[in-house]
Design a protein around this ligand. Sequence first.
Ligand code: RIB
Length: 302
Amino acid sequence: MGVIVIGSANEDTAVSVHRHPGGGETVLGAMEGVGAGGKGLNQAVAAARAGAGTTFIGAVGDDEAGARLRSTFAAEGVRTHLAMSDSVTGTAFVMVSDGGENAIVVVPGANQDAEALTREADAALGEIGAGDIVLAQLEIPVDVVFSAFRRARTRDAVTVLNAAPSMSLPGEVLDAVDILVVNEHECLEVAGGDRHDVREAALALAGRVPTVIVTLGAKGALLVSGGDSTMVPAHPVEAVDTTAAGDTFCGALVARLSDGEDLAAALGFASAAAALCVQHHGASASAPSARETLDFLDAHSA
Ligand code: RIB
């Protein structure tokens, strides 16, 4: 099967603002557009565009937004186990400021329908085997992620958790993870224990999870695996919209790993894909193809 993404699918409404409003403040913005998003959907699209045979497990509502998201998966060549929930399709409100920084509010709707998600996961994960990669995030209930990972482990599939949005996680969930991908903030929160140093937090997490990857934005990524830690530099680019950069990173990473690439090479590919993503507006729409990423790497490795 290749890559199996279990997670959220949202319809995003994006607006641009000069700067994000503070509490109690109103600012004027401009409409950017409505498009397919959700961390799960974005990661599945990024994996498929990076060349992986990709399956998505999730839930949408019986509404027009849900129908549009189903069409997105079909257009991207992503196979789906997509439940029709009694709840409405997930929605996200995305504000992008000058410089590309985003602030997002998610109204999860169908993405929190644990019963529907579990039904789809049970059907889909019965088909996986050794070498498949199961990728999840935390916009769906953590229990659903945990049970999917336990199932994946019994079939010798690799489990990858992107712990976004961040939350403190029960130890048994971390124990079911092979590769953890977090940003700085998520790293500190997941590691817990009142830590302030990201490297220290990553090393603490690596005592529990075999491979920890901390994405550090323009500073690159920190990889802690097998007792070693390595910094992978970022590609300096002008960001117009950082929405889905982390999702593109995760989707591209698992796509290359499922193709047999080693961790260091897959990380280099993933950070190039993220660098391309931030140069475009939108969420899933800004994930690059494998060809675009390889050309970018060629151009930037000279
Ligand atoms: O990571 C970006 C995504 O977060 C957006 O597409 C939005 O839907 C929220 O899930």
